[in-house]
Ligand binder design. Structure first.
Ligand SMILES: CC(C)(COP(=O)(O)OP(=O)(O)OC[C@H]1O[C@@H](n2cnc3c(N)ncnc32)[C@H](O)[C@@H]1OP(=O)(O)O)[C@@H](O)C(=O)NCCC(=O)NCCS
Length: 172
């Protein structure tokens, strides 16, 4: 059985290891994803309620985090990285993490979640191309993969360029 829960201090090394393993074979990896999580955790844009782990038999096998970027002068979440142990891909763990983090963000009255990823995977969780909502990426080449999941607190004023927390430029 997979348990989804908030990350605690004791999980930090396991989270690092899981993100390293997940991105070791991933197509669009920078190689810095695990270090990115640590840098985000040390910064002011970290949201402890939105760093979640998937656990099976007491072992951390997946992790997702959302942190605060900026859009139209407001704090808006950016999702990433998300990673699952490679030998456990395709078993619904990534989907469970996505549903949990979206629900937790909505419950906090966060307006939305931005991410860069494959629309074929993230569309099923309600993500739409960001340009449909007037939201643009820092690099225009990202546009085909740049998506937003509007939440209950989304509003029309949220238009323009979304900026990830600065750590993404260093490790993302
Ligand atoms: C992306 C990831 C977290 C998904 O976790 P998972 O536990 O395998 O996901 P699930 O089992 O819940 O869902 C699997 C479904 O997602 C699809 N999928 C998984 N990764 C995908 C990707 N990168 N692009 C498109 N589809 C993907 C699978 O084809 C499968 O589709 P199906 O349900 O139609 O068969 C995992 O594959 C991973 O850790 N990848 C390496 C790191 C990475 O690329 N992270 C995302 C960066 S944007």
């Amino acid at each position: 059985m997979t348990l989804i829960r908030r990350e605690t201090e004791r999980d930090r090394a396991a989270v690092h290891a899981v993100q390293d393993a997940a991105f070791a074979t991933a197509e669009h990896a920078s190689g810095g994803e695990a270090d990115l999580v640590d840098a985000l955790r040390a910064g002011e844009d970290w949201v402890p309620q939105l760093s979640l782990v998937a656990e099976i038999d007491g072992k951390v096998v997946g992790h997702v985090v959302c942190t605060h970027g900026r859009l139209a002068g407001e704090r808006v979440l950016g999702l990433g990285p998300i990673g699952v142990e490679p030998e456990l891909h395709g078993k619904g763990i990534g989907a469970a993490l996505m549903h949990a983090v979206i629900g937790a963000a909505d419950a906090r009255d966060e307006p939305g979640i931005v991410l860069l990823g494959d629309p074929g995977f993230y569309g099923r969780f309600g993500f739409v191309l960001a340009e449909e909502l007037g939201v643009t990426p820092q690099d225009e080449r990202w546009a085909p993969h740049f998506q937003v999941r509007p939440l209950a607190a989304w509003h029309e004023g949220l238009r323009g360029r979304f900026d990830y927390p600065p750590a993404f430029a260093e490790f993302g």
